[in-house]
Ligand binder design. Structure first.
Ligand code: KG4
Ligand code: ZN
Length: 321
């Protein structure tokens, strides 16, 4: 059994996963409410909260998995990318736990973790496939040939898709974090009410900053009562533009790569319009789209372990190497 720890942003998460990819427990403590009043994640506040939560969340994961530490064979932990202070809390907890039990430590890349949310039972996905990874920090098209890694074929030139959702939600007064709220609002609106531009950049890359600016101009020019009345239409049209851009690029890349099957992972993978538009693809299970530790423990099954006690000086990284 692998115990996974994830603290790269504002979720404190611990999970238990077997070597065969069965999920024994999945505990996620979200700090979203704590950061809502600031309109975004405050790194120092996140680190301090992780410190308070990591112990209780760990106990809860063992309890819900009806397991003891004696059954844990390896400790997996997110090493990066993410907020450095937040990452260090999880990494330190993982080192302490692994060291005290003389266990190996498996450092995991957060993005590899998102992809590995597809490798769990029942119905684990087998490469090759083209993976659309859409989160708050990344928008990537990955050519996945083996479970141990991937090759990047496309990325965003500016904002990530989740960032576009969050910024749009903020402009529409839908609070933080905005993706899920915008998704809900869009259900009552007309996706064709407004025509927002989808930037076409060369290759398989994405660009979302123009879209956000277009929404800003529309919102700025609307009187307050009119904005109130058109909020759902604006949300639906804005979401439609993001989803269309994601789907078009992903389908084109899949064709180019010889008709590879498509898979979707990451927080924006929870979006209802995206899931409907790519219903023929493999979609990460809803609870595993946003950050969690199940995906980290899952990725650890395909990553090298560091034997006891060689990991004590291991460092976290904020951005991908
Ligand atoms: O993967 P994730 O939990 O964290 C990162 O690694 O960044 O992704 C978080 C992002 C946020 O931007 C959030 O607004 C977005 O995923 N998100 C959504 C939905 N649920 C979460 N975006 C659109 N529709 C949703 N239903
Ligand atoms: Zn993530």
């Amino acid at each position: 059994m692998i115990l996974g720890i994830e603290t790269s942003c504002d979720e404190t998460a611990v999970a238990l996963v077997t070597q065969d990819g069965e999920v024994r427990s999945n505990v996620v403590a979200s700090q979203a409410e704590l950061h809502a009043r600031y309109g975004g994640v405050v790194p120092e506040v996140a680190s301090r909260r992780h410190l308070e939560l990591v112990g209780p969340v760990l106990s809860e994961a063992l309890e819900r998995g009806k397991a003891t530490l004696d059954e844990v064979e390896a400790v997996a932990v997110t090493r990066g990318p993410g907020l450095i202070g937040a990452l260090l809390v999880g990494l330190s907890a993982a080192k302490a736990l692994a060291w005290s039990r003389r266990l190996p430590l498996i450092p995991v890349d957060h993005l590899h973790g998102h992809v590995a949310s597809l490798y769990l039972e029942p119905g684990a996905l087998e490469p090759p496939f083209l993976c659309l990874l859409v989160s708050g920090g990344h928008t990537l098209l990955l050519d996945v040939r083996a479970r141990s890694g991937y090759h990047v074929v496309g990325t965003t030139l500016d904002d990530a898709a989740g960032e576009a959702f969050d910024k749009g939600a903020r402009l529409l007064g839908l609070g933080y974090p905005g993706g899920a709220a915008l998704d809900r609002k869009a259900r009552d609106g007309d996706p064709d009410a407004y025509s927002f531009p989808v930037a076409r950049v060369p290759g398989f890359d994405f660009s979302f900053s123009g879209l956000k600016t277009a929404l800003l101009y529309v919102v700025r020019d609307l009187p307050a009562d009119e904005l109130e009345r058109r909020r759902a239409d604006l949300a639906a049209s804005y979401q439609h533009a993001i989803v269309r851009a994601l789907v078009e690029r992903t389908r084109a890349a899949a064709m180019e790569l010889g008709g590879q099957p498509i898979a979707v992972v990451g927080g924006v993978g929870a979006n209802s319009e995206l899931r409907a538009a790519l219903a023929d693809a493999t979609l990460a299970p809803l609870p595993l789209c946003t950050d969690n530790a199940v995906m980290i423990a899952s990725a650890a099954r395909y990553a090298p372990a560091i034997p006891f006690p060689q990991y004590l000086a291991l460092d976290a990284y904020a951005t991908a190497a």
